[in-house]
Ligand binder design. Structure first.
Ligand code: AGP
Length: 369
């Protein structure tokens, strides 16, 4: 057991620390800096369909659904195709409108999630093209799809998904870039810039992992909290949802992720001196707005843990705890900003004595409806 964990006390921690490697593996053969385009074998036969797609529907559950939400931002931003992100369980039961011109992207780590599989079968019966993003080779979902791309994250044992999420986001980023290039919505210069930046992500994730000791101290401070709010905007909104889900599943602390600007429409009423707020406030196009959201929280005495870009001079004066992550392009930020949130939930769960790798009531793959 300890050999399998590679010296780490839990699979989850091992898998968090594997991310520089697993992200690299998910880019291998697809991103070559010497080339002028990206490669993804799985889409080759369906290239025209992707280029002409009028709509993309993403179906997934849980963490994979959060990766799908990141993909919505990516695909709309870079390839200008409208995207709908659906919980597979809702999609399949609500008589959705699906046509032969739709592409459905199904995202699943295990490739065995019953609701996602059923959503695929439904979309298939309506003639849509199904593209899978799976981690487990030969899994039911991988076999049920028309084409797809494996995430190559390697086996994920911890019930809380970590490296599978960043691998999914990496693959979906590549897919959005490919579609953007083919559709002419992403200039060669911008594509090049993103390729170069994507290539630096494993090293940036390695740097983010160096925050482990600092995050453990923050976890000590908040381990007895009963509620948490996670806030983010734009690309960091799905990261807020993912951070909250991680905390809920393994530490059993109630946590909610919210788009920061929605706070004033309800959740702001929850804020008092006992409410920890994790705000993801990296330097991007919504930075100034997130800073004002932080001010609103501070005025109500909420306790702020802020994830910021390295060198931020403004937020440290406002937040009680500041976690500085390496800076990257806005569209790639989820790959870096999610890392401290994974570590925070891990350390809080360990300090609370929870079974991190096998939390109560949860299974690694949900093969029942
Ligand atoms: C993630 O931490 C969860 N354990 C869960 O939400 C999971 O992402 C979900 O069940 C989907 O699983 P899949 O990716 O294997 O389809």
């Amino acid at each position: 057991d300890s050999i399998e964990k590679g010296g780490y006390p839990h699979f989850m921690l091992k898998e968090i620390f594997e991310q520089p490697r697993s992200i690299l593996d998910s880019m291998r053969g697809r991103l070559e800096l010497g080339a002028s385009h990206l490669n993804m074998g799985g889409i080759r036969a369906y290239e025209q369909k992707f280029v002409n797609a009028q709509r993309i529907i993403i179906v997934a559950c849980g963490t994979s659904w959060h990766a799908g939400l990141v993909a919505e931002y990516l695909i709309e931003d870079l390839a200008r195709i409208p995207v709908e992100v659906e919980y597979a369980s809702e999609f399949r039961y609500r008589n959705p409108i699906i046509t032969e011109r739709d592409i459905v992207i199904a995202i699943s780590q295990s490739g065995e999630t019953a609701d996602t599989l059923a959503a695929i079968e439904l979309a298939k019966s309506k003639g849509a093209t199904i593209f899978g993003v799976c981690n487990v080779v030969g899994s039911s979902i991988a076999r049920a799809t028309d084409a797809g791309a494996y995430t190559h994250a390697g086996p994920e044992i911890g019930v809380a998904s970590t490296k599978a999420f960043t691998a999914q986001v990496t693959v979906l980023t590549l897919l959005a870039m490919i579609m953007g290039q083919k559709r002419g919505t992403l200039t060669d210069t911008k594509l090049r810039e993103l390729m170069v930046e994507l290539d630096t992500i494993p090293a940036k994730v390695t740097k983010a992992l160096e925050l482990d000791a600092q995050i453990r101290e923050i976890a000590e401070e908040f381990k007895d909290a009963t509620n948490f709010l996670y806030l983010g905007r734009g690309y960091n909104f799905p990261v807020a949802l993912e951070g909250a889900l991680k905390l809920k599943e393994i530490s059993y602390i109630h946590a909610e992720g919210y788009p920061a600007a929605e706070m004033k429409h309800g959740p702001i009423a929850l804020i008092d001196e006992n409410m920890p707020m994790v705000v993801i406030a990296t330097r991007d196009s919504s930075y100034e707005k997130v800073v004002s959201n932080i001010q609103e929280v501070k005025a109500r005495k909420g306790r702020i843990i802020a994830v910021v870009s390295e060198g931020d001079k403004v937020i440290p004066a406002m937040a009680e705890f500041v976690i500085e992550v390496p800076h990257t392009s806005e569209v790639l930020m989820p790959l870096v900003s999610v890392v401290p949130l994974q570590l925070l939930s891990y350390h809080i769960a360990v300090l609370r004595g929870c079974n991190v790798d096998q939390p109560r009531n949860l299974a690694k793959s949900v093969t029942v409806e």
